[in-house]
Structure formats: C-alpha cells, structure tokens
Design a protein around this ligand. Structure first.
Ligand SMILES: [Zn+2]
Ligand SMILES: [Zn+2]
Length: 398
C-alpha cells in the first residue's frame, strides 16, 4: 500500500470538517426539504467571501469564487439530502430526528466541500478560472441535479467541467475508486398497481385476493435476474415497498408494489422492462385481475469523460498513492450526478469510508452498508476527500 499524502491545509481543518459533518448528521433533512442545511452552507460560504446563489432547485446553494487569472469554470458538487431510515449506528452523533438518517454519507460530502471552500477562499490570486461549488438537494430519487440544471446552475458563468465524489462503505479510508466511462448504473423505478376484488376473509371464492397476487408477482420477478439475464451481465431488481390491505379479516382488493431496477447498459434495461411487462400482463390473465406497470427511467448511468478522468486520477494518485486507486465502478448504485455528466465533461469517483472491520469477503459484503440503519462512516475519510479536492484544484486551476 502506498502511503497517503494528506494536504497540510486539509489536516489543519480536519476537526472543523468533522464537526460540520456531525452537525449535519445530527440534523438530517429529506430531499428538497434541506432548508436548515442549505442555510448553514450559505452562511459559511458568505463568511468566506463567496458570491452566493440561493434556492437553485428549491434548496440548492451555489458558491462562486472568481480567480484573479483567466481560466475554465469548474463545478464541484456535493449532495445534501438524507433518507427515510431509522438510525441504529450506535454513534454518539446519531440523528436527532426519528426516521431520518444520513444513511448515504451526503453529510460527509457537504463537510468535505465546505472544508475545501474554506481552504481555497484565500487562493483567489493564484486561481486561474472560476470555481463553482454546487450544494445539491434531493439526490435520493428526486433528481435534484436535474432541477438545478433546469434552473441554470451550469450557466452564468458557463461551466466547462464538473467533478463529484461519493463516500463509499465498500472501501476502507485511503482507497479511491474511479473508472473512465460508466461509473454508476441506470437507475429506474417501477410502480405496479394490482386491482383485484375485495371480500370477506371467510369467502375467498367470491374475491380476487390482491395480496396473494402481489406476493407471487414479487417472487416471479426474481427469475428475471436469475433466469433471463445472462450470468455475464450485471443488473438487479429490488422491491422496496408493498402496500396492501386494511385489516386481518378483509381480503384486499388492491396491492401497490414499488421497486428499483438497475443496469449498466441499454440492452439489460430493455430486457428488464420487457420481462416485467410480460409478467404483469401474464399475471393479469392468470388471476383475472387488472395490473398496471409504470417503468420510470429515473437516472441514467454516470459517464466519466476520458480527459476529466485523467485529470482527476492524476490528483487522486498524488494524495492516496497509485496503488490505492482502484479502477472500479460504484457497482449498481444510481446517481443523479449523471445529469451533469450528460451536459458537461465530468468525472465522478468514490472515496473509501468503511468503518474499521466492517468489510468481509474481500469487501463484497459491508456490515455498514449505505441506506441501512447501521450506516456510519469512518471520519478519517473526510480529510482525504478534502485533500483530493484541494489537490485537484491546484493541479487543474493554479
Ligand atoms: Zn444513496
Ligand atoms: Zn448517495
């Protein structure tokens, strides 16, 4: 393992960055409701002398720092939303809001970008170009990135390149993942409504039980990835929510199934859509009921531009060392940073944040996975992230 060379400016503010992360972690907010987080960020940026644009995409905040010398406009992005998950991490700085947990590490993303903002706020004279710090709402399914783009975050001044990073609990601190081309997956949503016929629990012959149909449909879907998808391709279908019925002695007339579908290429995406449609239609005939499927294409894959990728890994290598940079993607995670990567040359990478002893089976299984109640990060990852941002700015814009 190469030794890690942290930036001394980052080390000097490490405690402050950790405190920021803890403050945001204790006070999580859901997508497009990040009002306090957004206010907190805007105040910090204002104190540091940034030009501020507030309410871009409802709660989004943009900080602009104009270098004294001409050069490109580079956007650095952190998402800031939490999830509807109960926290059971056992951390002393756990969420103060029941049912809401920064279970994806976006609190860390904000803290790293604010640390970076502080360090470079005194670098105006040596910066060639314009730095745009983008604090984005609603990454988790609500496409906050798309909304910020619709509200002109990439214009005035016009952005030339975008960079984004995610903490990842499938790598320990000190490791970074980055690949050219696709680094996150197509992330789509499915909504299935089954309409059967309600009735008395004692007379099932008069009803069409939506619970039974729904359960069988969910089970049948498992064969799409196990039996229809080639073992050499990657993809997954996960059902995260089923709603049906009102009470124990009433046969349910309706069942609602919601899930997410992930794939790396269009071929797999189309296979999933086609097979889901066939299953729903087939079930409707078999069980003499109505089934409506909505397959909503949510986030496209994030594509790393070759040139931006090369720029990014040069700086990453300087901080974590060549041997700690893994040419690996973010698995089947979806990411709305993809909307930036569709518009501008971009690069996205993953910074290891797995707590000590939380990875088993060569890192394929995480005991503190994203979106779980047990999620927490090793805070030593934060100073690494800040160091990478600072190094990148120095290499690209100074
Ligand atoms: Zn997430
Ligand atoms: Zn995330």
């Amino acid at each position: 393992m190469d030794s890690i060379k942290l930036r001394k400016e980052a080390l000097e503010i490490e405690q402050e960055v950790i405190q920021i992360r803890r403050h945001i972690h204790e006070n999580p907010e859901l997508g497009f409701e990040e009002f306090e987080t957004s206010k907190f960020i805007a105040e910090k940026l204002e104190q540091l002398g940034y030009e501020i644009i507030k309410n871009v995409g409802i709660t989004g905040v943009v900080g602009i720092l104009r270098g004294d010398q001409p050069g490109p406009c580079v956007l650095f992005r952190a998402d800031m939303d939490a999830l509807k998950v109960d926290e059971n991490s056992g951390d002393p700085h756990a969420s103060k809001k029941p049912g809401i947990h920064h279970a994806c590490g976006h609190d860390g993303h904000v803290a790293m970008l604010l640390g970076f903002a502080k360090i470079i706020s005194t670098w105006k004279s040596k910066i060639k170009g314009i730095v745009k710090l983008c604090f984005q709402p609603a990454e988790e399914g609500l496409a906050g990135a798309k909304k910020m783009i619709e509200e002109h975050v990439l214009e005035n001044p016009n952005v030339d390149m975008c960079f984004g990073a995610h903490l990842v609990n499938y790598e320990y601190p000190g490791y970074v993942r980055c690949v050219p081309g696709p680094i996150t997956a197509n992330s789509d949503r499915i909504f299935i409504d089954i309409e059967g016929l309600g009735g008395h629990a004692s007379t099932p012959q008069d009803a069409k039980d939506a619970v039974v149909i729904g359960c069988q449909l969910v089970t049948a879907m498992q064969t799409i990835t196990s039996r229809n998808l080639s073992p050499y391709e990657t993809g997954t279908i996960s059902i995260g929510k089923i709603e049906s019925g009102t009470q124990a002695n009433v046969i349910a007339s309706k069942c609602r199934i919601e899930g997410t579908v992930r794939s790396f290429n269009q071929k797999t995406q189309s296979l999933f859509e086609e097979r889901l449609n066939q299953l729903c239609n087939g079930f409707a005939i078999s069980y003499d009921c109505k089934i409506n499927l909505v397959f909503k294409k949510l986030y496209p894959a994030t594509i790393n531009d070759q040139k931006c990728y090369e720029l990014a890994i040069e700086s990453i290598k300087k901080v974590v060392g060549e041997s700690n940079l893994k040419k690996k993607d973010f698995g089947l995670a979806g990411e709305d940073f993809s909307f930036f990567s569709l518009q501008k040359p971009s690069c996205y990478f993953c910074i290891g944040s797995a707590p000590q002893n939380s990875l088993i089976n060569d890192g394929t299984i995480a005991l503190r996975p994203h979106h779980s109640p047990f999620f927490t990060i090793d805070e030593s990852s934060l100073v690494i992230g800040v160091s990478i941002w600072v190094q990148m700015l120095e290499d690209i814009m100074c």
